[in-house]
Design a protein around this ligand. Structure first.
Ligand code: HPA
Length: 270
């Protein structure tokens, strides 16, 4: 793994000669954030050694390098999901690569189903914590100390400083933010009503199929993380019938301008 990561990093550095400070992973329907970047390089995943290829509709596949008011960013336009058939090492490989390209902070976004009754479709939720219910752990297997420790402290998976900054910026920008706990299940089925109830009972506010593996790997390497989730559907009795991918993409698209504005400002001011 170490050698693969270093090979990929060398390849990218040769192509771009770019040292990003922020890594951004763009979730379903949120890929247009790249329009906020003054783009310097675009590398399609297909051209990057050892990178998996994204297969889901609504997810593109490229690393986008550039600046936002002088802040250097690398954005993943399209991410990898466990349900696509990749193992967790593949799902999280790009996070390893971004770390060794130079990032110190990782910003992740996703679409999720809400189970907190105070949420509604279109809400933007700052992820304060997560529950990992994915069936494979990205750190299972021999640990390479060059990446990080065997046993990773997860007391602050999402940076308190970044959360506070985002809340402060949201007030200034008049963007309403909710906050909550994100629970990851493998999918690709949306949850049954009983499963949504379980998600809620277990202590989560929303549920999705991504993000947690990337954040775990980022924390393994001591990156500061910030996560944002767009509530694209509600997992309750009244709304469950309508949950489908099209609805998810449409709801995410609607919230996208606000998510973009928030992430852009977070990058500029932190
Ligand atoms: N469940 C799981 N993943 C999701 C959902 C959901 O309801 N909405 C968007 N991604």
């Amino acid at each position: 793994m170490w050698e693969k990561v270093q090979e990929t990093v060398s390849f990218i550095k040769e192509k771009t000669n770019f040292t990003p400070e922020f890594g951004v992973i763009l979730g379903s329907g949120l890929g247009d954030f790249t329009n906020d970047i003054t783009i310097e390089h675009v590398l399609p995943y297909t051209e990057i050694p050892h990178f998996p290829i994204s297969t889901v509709q609504g997810h593109k596949g490229a690393l986008v390098f550039g600046t936002i008011q002088g802040k250097k960013v690398v954005a993943m336009q399209g991410r990898f999901h466990f349900y696509e058939g990749y193992d967790m090492k593949q799902v999280t490989f790009p996070v390893r690569v971004m770390k060794f390209l130079g990032i110190q902070k990782l910003i992740v976004s996703n679409a999720s189903g809400g189970v907190n009754p105070a949420y509604k479709v279109g809400d933007i939720v700052v992820i304060t914590d997560h529950i990992n219910m994915l069936p494979e752990h990205p750190l299972r297997g021999q640990n390479d100390e060059r990446f990080g420790p065997r046993f990773v402290n997860m007391s602050e998976p999402y940076s308190t400083a970044l959360i506070n900054k985002a809340l402060e910026l949201a007030t200034q920008l008049k963007i309403e933010l909710k906050s909550g706990v994100y629970l990851a299940l493998q999918g690709p089925t949306f949850e049954t009503l009983a499963e949504y109830k379980m998600v809620k009972a277990i202590g989560a506010d929303c549920v999705g199929m991504s993000t947690v593996p990337e954040v775990i790997i980022a924390r393994h390497m001591d990156l500061e993380c910030f996560g944002i989730s767009v509530i694209t559907d509600m997992g309750d009795k009244e709304n469950i019938e309508n949950v489908n991918h099209q609805e998810v993409l449409e709801a995410a698209k609607k919230a996208e301008p606000k998510v973009r504005e928030l992430i852009k400002n977070l990058i500029i001011y932190s």
